[in-house]
Ligand binder design. Structure first.
Ligand code: PMP
Length: 287
């Protein structure tokens, strides 16, 4: 089945979708994105992603191409026509193209944003073998820009980080700045000590994960303690457990950091429990 995608108001087969070579997303990484997961054909935490998208656009003085009700309709239509049961909806909005290349932003009155959405079919997303095994992590220096709270499409360094991990037989990288872990290449990072979950406090240094917000709320409801503070790689290596969260991988246990196994080297009980709670509660609230 040919995938149907959405581009600037039209639903088209993926091989007929086009964007200008002058688009600022392509030339300048001048764009933002969101990834919403789909379980049982329904969207997980759409409202959270929509609110963060509005904030990303407003922080970059970028126009919103359509309202959030319309955006929800497009997400649902793509899930329907592409028959997605488990998978993802990727959304990208860029500052568009004024038909040339210039560092200065084009006039928003005459240059409209580009909006693109497509689905990714991922059968078995919830029952993932990777989550049963747990992830092996390396640490690398965080050399990204200083506004990581804005979800821009500047993903070159996170891609390089994942490649560095792959090269040494690992699954992902945690980023370290001034000796403290900021986050994972595409996820928020956590350690567990006893009944306490520790994750870096929100600031411009990290993306404000939609899954992070939900998991911390659910952890508190399940009588777990939550501490929002920075931690080092050494503290993580000495922790009982570690895990990451993201919309596309939910709660992912971490079993090794820079070659040091955590606990017994298997996914920890709190991470496993949080994954179960998150999937259960999110499915109930899916739209
Ligand atoms: N941090 C970074 C750098 C990310 O790329 C992501 C995933 N987009 C996250 C955290 C997790 O955010 P969310 O739970 O909203 O997917």
């Amino acid at each position: 089945m040919t995938r149907t995608v959405y581009v600037n108001g039209a639903y088209v087969p993926e091989n007929e979708a086009t964007v200008s070579i002058f688009d600022r997303g392509f030339l300048m990484a001048d764009g933002v994105y969101e990834v919403t997961s789909v379980l049982g054909g329904k969207l997980i935490d759409f409202a959270g992603h929509a609110i963060r998208l509005e904030r990303s656009l407003s922080e970059l003085d970028m126009a919103q191409p359509c309202d959030m009700d319309e955006l929800l309709k497009i997400h649902r239509e793509l899930v329907r026509v592409n028959e997605i049961d488990e998978g993802l909806v990727y959304l990208q909005i860029t500052r568009g193209s004024d038909g040339d290349r210039d560092f200065l932003f084009p006039d928003p009155e005459t240059t409209k944003p580009t909006i693109v959405l497509f689905t990714q079919d991922k059968p078995g997303l919830a029952d993932s073998p990777a989550a049963k095994k747990g992830a092996k992590i390396i640490s690398i220096e965080d050399i990204r820009w200083g506004r990581r709270d804005i979800k821009t499409v500047q993903l070159l360094y996170p891609s390089m980080g994942k490649m560095m991990a792959k090269k040494v037989g690992c699954d992902d990288a945690w980023l370290v700045e001034d000796g403290m872990v900021t986050e994972g290449t595409s996820n928020n990072a956590y350690i567990v000590k006893g009944n306490t979950i520790i994750t870096r406090q929100l600031s411009n240094d990290i993306l404000h994960g939609i899954t992070r917000a939900a998991v911390l709320r659910m952890a508190k409801e399940a009588q777990m303690q939550v501490e929002e503070r920075s931690f080092t790689i050494v503290e993580a290596q000495e922790a009982d457990e570690a895990f990451t969260t993201s919309a596309s991988a939910f709660v992912m246990p971490v079993v090794e950091i820079d070659g040091v196994a955590l606990g017994d080297g298997k996914p920890g009980n709190i991470a496993k429990r949080l994954r179960e709670i998150y999937l259960e509660e999110s499915l109930k609230a899916a739209v």
